[in-house]
Design a protein around this ligand. Structure first.
Ligand code: F0G
Length: 339
């Protein structure tokens, strides 16, 4: 199912095969008619779904004789590119929006040995720059406009069908540069075409309200959101995201930062799953849709949790009051315990 020639050495960290976790407490809170399953992509080797595409894009670049890779990133792509480049003995260069990526992602890119270049600009500007550079120099671009990235990412849709034994009725996921919604739609369609499932899900994409060009119908010059992973104003795969939405009969909507943070806390406190803020956007989206009566009957809903919460610990600790130090004495502790 993948464009990988037999003699191509595969640069891999054993990505994929992430769990599909039933979330019954979350379903109870959102809409008891639904069965909700979470595809926890934060359990990939570098903590996000990017690894599925990066194994193929980096293997391919190496196979074609390249010695270095470059990308623009809101964080996760840079972490993944840096790891696979290290493993494939290649150099890695990443352009990031200065001061606007989560600390864990920056730490990853640095420790894997990438050359990290923060720019005084946003993701969209960084992507324009790396596109230009890769067109004029012998360096492989590993952003999702690299077709091998989406080919690799489609495998998550295959795994969902394999785990459920059928296609879900709805699939929800966050939308930033819009590569992943494109990849999932391709994956579900290919699986159906090869006879592995009968139906196809309606694709439900969610952008952050301050970075919702597809929903608002125009590029956003200065996107802003707490979900820095999807702080993107001019998605590269805009057209194919619309195609996924329309062909599947789904929708692309937006959720506010307050809604994202509420969903982020719900995932952790109801299900014990710590996903990064961008990953909570589709959960916030399902809450929004359920409130307006979108789901008419029982349905199976799958949700991609795109990245691990540990990537962005600051956002988590900012959500709760700071624990206060107490004397190391039993009576002091017992006064605090709610027994
Ligand atoms: N969720 C997370 C955690 C992401 O890192 C991204 C994208 C998305 C969702 C959106 O996926 O772009 O395919 O629509 N992160 C990219 C990066 C842009 O540079 O790491 P998309």
């Amino acid at each position: 199912m993948l464009p990988a020639p037999g003699d191509m050495p595969i640069i891999t960290l054993n990505e994929g095969d992430t769990p599909l976790i039933e979330a019954s407490r979350l379903a109870q809170a959102i809409d008891p008619k639904l069965k909700i399953f979470l595809k926890f992509e934060g359990l990939n080797p570098t903590g996000s779904f990017k690894d599925r595409g990066m194994t193929l894009a980096v293997s391919r670049a190496r196979y074609e004789g390249m010695h270095s890779v470059i990308c623009a990133s809101t964080g996760n792509t840079s972490a993944s590119a840096a790891a696979y480049a290290a493993r494939g003995e290649m150099r890695c260069y990443v352009l990031i929006p200065g001061g606007k990526i989560a600390l864990g992602k920056l730490a990853q890119a640095l420790i894997y040995g990438a050359k990290v270049i923060p720019i005084d600009g946003n993701f969209d500007e960084a992507l324009c720059l790396v596109r230009e550079i890769s067109e004029n120099h012998p360096i492989a671009l590993v952003n999702s406009i690299n077709p091998y990235r989406l080919q690799g990412q489609k495998t998550a849709a295959f795994e969902i069908v394999d785990a459920l034994g059928r296609a879900p009725d709805y699939h929800a996921l966050p939308v930033g540069n819009a590569g992943n919604i494109t990849a999932y739609w391709m994956g579900f369609q290919q699986y159906a075409a090869s006879g592995r499932c009968a139906g196809l899900p309606k694709m439900l994409g969610f952008q952050a309200a301050g970075a919702a060009p597809i929903v608002d119908g125009a590029p956003v010059a200065n996107p802003e959101t707490i979900a820095t992973a999807i702080r993107i104003g001019n998605p590269a795969s805009w057209k194919s995201a619309l195609k996924a939405r329309d062909e599947s009969g789904g929708l692309i909507d937006k959720v506010t930062d307050a809604e994202i943070l509420a969903a982020y806390r719900m995932l952790a406190s109801l299900e014990g799953i710590f996903a990064e803020p961008a990953s909570a956007a589709p959960v916030a989206g399902l809450l929004k849709l359920a409130k307006r009566g979108y789901f008419q009957r029982e349905a199976v809903v799958t949700v991609t949790l795109t990245g691990h919460g540990l990537k962005d610990p600051q956002t988590a600790v900012d959500q709760v009051p700071e624990p206060q130090m107490v004397p190391a004495r039993r009576d002091a502790i017992l006064r605090i315990l709610d027994l």
